[in-house]
Structures are given as structure tokens and as C-alpha cells.
Design a binder for this molecule. Structure first.
Ligand SMILES: [Zn+2]
Length: 404
């Protein structure tokens, strides 16, 4: 069969799974997989369920990579494969979910899925349950149709994505499983129309700025050092300096320049008549991948030094995630994925860079080309999170067609 007739049979096959896919995703919602580091039960129950599913559809190559977290809990990761080719296209999903948050904002129990208006509601339905179920049913279709595989259909189910990937993708990427000959799809970001493939991410840098002076009564400013005033002058200068120096435009990104935004400000004094001796604020930076975060931090520290005369400005890195080298828009995985989306959906797709970070970076860092794509509404981590059933079914078809 050529790939066009295979695509027809994949379409029909996966359409026939629709009801099963809905009940599988609903079952998954009933197995909360919140990190034990924030009091959850972790991913073990889901890992067991996925393993049984894979065995049930006849997958034989199923490997576990378990890591122990700071609470002593086992954090499971599953690496599984269909086919015996040299090269593999891996689809990587995460099993963990965030907590439900404020229960009063949910219309129903977040861990009891329900269907309404073509959507499945529940915590983790969108992030990352939809893609996880779409991947499993794509494997089922490939096996039942006895597809002539050009590449192996690889499946990776990781733990700990929501808290930092220390017991998931970050460790797994270093196990020597994924070669630079392989390709990867991370279906954990997307737009509702499904016509954008993410190939680049910015570095993320969170900075804590502490200004220290001397607290006095507001009527005698000459006796003290106003830490708030110190901070304002510094932050103003810093804002000018960063924006004029780091001004490169990269049109791959929707927001094409680096961003440096003052965000949170800690409470300083209780009273209007007190000059604060300490002032703490924060900056969120999203830096284009052509810049090095070390340079940005060094610039901040040098300017802080300049402003530290009467008082002192201290710069601390609260969190940093250095961006990986972007995946080439002309790479095989991006081209192949675009072609299949076009064949199945009759839409044309474009590539894009985002200001957030996904687990793609751990693999891009190791030279694996990674496309980030799925079809989803922006409802991850929100109350009444849902997955659109049409997207669930249609994404599964695209996944299955990649290995033709
Ligand atoms: Zn996610």
C-alpha cells in the first residue's frame, strides 16, 4: 500500500476507536498523578495502566526507567517501541499532572471525567492526557493495520514534567536511548487550529532584586537610606540597558524580541510614614536563544554594583532555564509532520518559537530534532480543563501517519 491508502485506513481505524479513546482518557483522569514532592501519589498507577494497555495491543518492547525523588518515591518512565527499523520517531508525553487547585472553581469533581459539548472535562485531560491517549491508540492502529513502517513508532511516557523533569525527561535524555538519527515529537503545546509547529524556545530567567538601605522615619530621610528609591532607580536603569543591548529580532517568535519585565514586588513596610530599609522585587526575562544567560546576569550584576553606593543592590538568580538550539524548520521531522497534518486535515502549517519552555529542550540539547505540536485550547492547569474530542481523534491519526 502507498502512504495515501494507508492514511485512509488509519483515518477509518482511528475513527472506529473514538468511544474507546473517550473512556480511556476518562479512566486516566481517575488516576491523579500529582508529584509526591507536593503531596501527590505520583505516576505509578498510570505507568501500570499504560504498560497493561501496551501489552494488550501486542507491544513487546516496553522498558522502565525508574528514578527515586527527594521523598523516596519511585518516579516511573516508560520507553516503548513498535518496529525493528534503524531509525525511530519518538512521541513523548508526560504522565504527571498539576493539582486541581481551588475546587470551588470546578463545575464537577476534577478527577471524575465527564463529556459535554464534544469535550472531555477533568484535570489532566488536556495536559497531557489527550496526547498520551492519542499516542496509545496510534500504536494500536499501526499494529492492527500491520503498517509497513518506515521508522519505528517510539513512545515515551515520562514523570515529573510539571515540577522540573528531574526524575523524568532531564534524566532520561542522558540514558543514551535517543540518537541524533532519531526524531521526536513532543505533543505538549499547540494552538486550537493545529496549524503551528513549535521549533524554538526562549531561555527563561527569573531574577530576585534585593535593595538594602537603612530604615528611618519618613520625616528624617537624611538619617537613613531609602531602599525602595534605590530599587526604583536601579530597575529603571536596568530596564533601559537590557532593552537597548538585547534588541535582536527573531521573526520565528510570535513576540520576536527578548522580554525583561518587572513583575512581583514583595511588601516592604507597614506604614506610609516609614522609609523602607529593604525592598525586594522580581524580573521575568524571556531571552532569545542567540543570547547567553550568563552574559545577561553579568550585566545585571555590573549595573547593581554601580548602583551600590549608599545602599546595596543584590542580584540573585531565582530560576533559570537555558534555551536549547532551535530545531531547523527544514528538518525531516518538521517537514514530515507538516506534510501529514496537511494530508489529514487539509490545512497548511507554519513554524513558530514560544516564550515558554517544554521538555523538548533536553533532547534538542543532545542533538535530537524535536517538533512540538498538538491541537489544543489554552486550558492547561486551569479549572474545568478539557480536551476537545475531535482534536484527540485527529491528533492520533497524525501521530500514526508519521511512521509511514
Ligand atoms: Zn504538559
Amino acid at each position: 500500500m502507498d502512504d495515501v491508502s494507508y492514511i485512509d485506513s488509519i483515518n477509518n481505524k482511528i475513527n472506529s476507536y473514538k468511544d474507546e479513546m473517550i473512556s480511556s482518557l476518562s479512566e486516566l483522569v481517575g488516576m491523579p498523578a500529582i508529584s509526591p514532592e507536593i503531596g501527590g501519589k505520583g505516576e505509578l498507577e498510570r505507568a501500570g495502566w499504560i504498560t497493561e494497555f501496551l501489552k494488550g495491543i501486542g507491544v513487546t518492547e516496553i522498558k522502565r526507567y525508574d528514578y527515586t525523588d527527594t521523598t523516596g518515591a519511585t518516579r516511573p518512565n516508560i520507553v516503548s517501541k513498535v518496529g525493528t527499523n534503524k531509525r525511530t520517531i519518538w512521541i513523548l508525553c508526560h504522565m504527571d499532572t498539576v493539582a486541581a487547585g481551588d475546587l470551588s472553581l470546578w463545575k464537577q469533581d476534577p478527577f471524575k471525567a465527564y463529556v459535554e459539548d464534544g469535550k472531555i472535562y477533568g484535570r489532566g485531560t488536556n495536559d497531557n492526557g489527550q496526547s498520551l491517549i492519542a499516542t496509545l491508540y496510534a500504536a494500536k492502529a499501526i499494529i492492527e493495520l500491520k503498517v509497513n513502517l518506515q521508522y519505528n513508532f517510539g513512545m515515551v511516557f515520562v514523570a515529573d514534567e510539571e515540577i522540573g523533569s528531574h526524575y523524568g525527561a532531564e534524566r532520561l535524555a542522558k540514558e543514551g536511548i535517543f540518537g541524533s538519527d532519531d526524531m521526536m515529537l513532543v505533543p505538549d503545546w499547540g494552538v486550537p487550529t493545529g496549524d503551528k509547529i513549535e521549533i524554538a524556545e526562549k531561555s527563561i530567567l527569573w531574577i530576585k532584586v534585593t535593595a538594602s538601605g537603612k530604615q528611618v522615619h519618613a520625616s528624617t530621610p537624611e538619617d537613613g537610606v531609602n531602599a525602595y528609591k534605590l530599587a526604583v532607580k536601579f530597575l529603571n536603569d536596568l530596564d533601559d540597558q537590557l532593552h537597548s543591548k538585547y534588541n535582536v529580532k527573531d521573526e520565528r517568535f510570535d513576540y520576536p524580541v527578548s522580554s525583561f519585565e518587572m513583575t512581583k514586588h514583595d511588601k516592604n513596610v507597614d506604614s506610609i510614614n516609614i522609609i523602607p530599609g529593604k525592598d525586594v522585587s522580581y524580573i521575568d526575562c524571556r531571552v532569545l536563544p542567540n543570547y547567553k544567560l550568563d552574559e545577561v546576569i553579568a550585566d545585571m550584576k555590573a549595573l547593581a554594583e554601580k548602583h551600590s553606593k549608599k545602599g546595596k543592590i543584590n542580584i540573585e538568580v531565582f530560576n533559570r532555564e537555558d534555551a536549547a538550539k532551535p530545531t531547523d524548520a527544514n528538518s525531516e521531522i518538521v517537514q514530515l509532520l507538516s506534510k501529514r497534518i496537511n494530508q489529514i486535515r487539509k490545512i497548511s502549517v507554519s513554524t513558530v518559537g514560544i516564550g515558554g519552555g517544554t521538555v523538548a529542550k533536553y533532547f534538542r540539547d543532545n542533538g535530537v530534532p524535536v517538533a512540538v505540536w498538538s491541537t489544543e485550547d489554552d486550558v492547561a492547569h486551569q479549572p474545568n480543563e478539557y480536551s476537545v474530542i475531535d482534536a484527540l481523534v485527529s491528533d492520533s491519526k497524525v501521530f500514526a501517519s508519521l511512521v509511514l
